[in-house]
Design a protein around this ligand. Structure first.
Ligand code: DP6
Length: 318
């Protein structure tokens, strides 16, 4: 059996930062995201029989040891569900700038979960597929439904992602550095929980913000969505910066984009900035403004426009 799946990254409007249960990958709070229609990951999983080991080819080359281990552990979960001992050959083409804080693991594990479930003959609902993707990487949970999605905090059964109604939105990705980030989000989350005095306030306030964001989405209130998005991103970075030793993802060029976005608002264009575990900044806009926003920010980094993207899907299976 072989299956190929495609998935896209998502950018959180309300961030996930920290796990309540690392084993089950249960988040400390809910989160809300917009799926992108750029940077797809295409992954093929081919079953190889019970002898041998799993293999992973990433962008045409041998994958780093750590990535292979994470994929093997994920495939063990799929094998458990399928009652199979078959090893798998995984070939993945990831067009997200890896390690630059654009959550390449989101599209990566969403595509892997979708392709592996099909190759191992599992017939999972979208909800169960998102629960499975969660075990690979938290943010991957939200790349299964795509669109604007909420990922619920909860227990193993209750922590899944689903689409929510929202007004038309677009994003402009400002890539400041496509290099490797200093510290991965997994380790940074652990350190934040263990040492940042702001973490309890992050959990309380973000839980509230998820509810406010879902209300704003349901009301089609773009301005409110944008205000909550920028505020929640800055609260996440403040919480992370409160860790010891401190972790700082935003650099001077990132801050310059936040300033430029504030200037755009003063000049009458609705735009709101957010950033994940890296220096790149992603700007939320209305679809009709995305070209103008991209042009205005072009001097500050490489800009790429994106609309709201689709969910993960199987494109070939035999
Ligand atoms: C800042 O999903 O990469 O992008 O669950 O440990 O794999 P793991 O973490 P990951 O963290 C993403 C953090 C974030 C915020 C977000 O996407 O909500």
């Amino acid at each position: 059996m072989t299956a190929t799946a495609v998935a896209h990254p998502n950018i959180a409007l309300v961030k996930y930062w920290g796990k309540a249960d690392a084993q089950l990958a249960l988040p400390a709070t809910g989160s809300v995201s917009m799926g992108l229609d750029v940077f797809p990951t295409t992954t093929t999983v081919t079953l190889d029989g019970a002898a041998g080991t799993d293999s992973l080819v990433l962008n045409g080359g041998a994958a780093p040891e750590g990535a292979l281990l994470r994929v093997q552990q994920f495939l063990d979960l799929v094998r458990d569900l399928a009652g199979s001992a078959d090893r798998a050959a995984v070939v993945s083409e990831n067009t997200v700038p890896t390690g630059a804080g654009l959550a390449s693991s989101a599209s990566g594990f969403a595509a892997l979960a979708t392709a592996a479930a099909a190759a191992y003959g599992l017939d999972l609902s979208e909800r169960d597929l998102s629960r499975l993707a969660r075990r690979g990487s938290g943010s991957a949970t939200r790349s299964i439904p795509g669109g604007v999605a909420v990922w619920h905090a909860g227990d193993d059964q209750g922590s899944y992602a689903e689409r929510v109604p929202a007004p038309p939105m677009a994003m402009v990705v400002v890539t400041i550095s496509a290099g490797e980030k200093a510290i991965g989000s997994r380790e940074a989350m652990r350190r934040t929980i263990a040492t940042s005095p702001f973490y309890p306030a992050w959990v309380t306030s973000t839980t509230e913000t998820v509810g406010e964001m879902l209300d704003a989405c349901a009301a089609g209130d773009f301005t409110r969505i944008g205000e909550l998005t920028e505020s929640n991103a800055l609260r996440m970075h403040a919480t992370i910066e409160g860790a010891f030793p401190p972790i700082r993802y935003l650099n001077a060029r990132s801050v310059a984009v936040f300033d430029a976005v504030a200037e755009l608002r003063t000049a009458g264009t609705e735009a709101y900035a957010t950033a994940d575990a890296g220096p790149n900044v992603v700007v939320l806009t209305k679809p009709e403004d995305r070209g103008a926003v991209a042009t205005a920010l072009a001097g500050l980094g490489d800009v790429i426009e994106s609309g709201t993207g689709p969910g993960a899907r199987v494109v070939r299976s035999e």
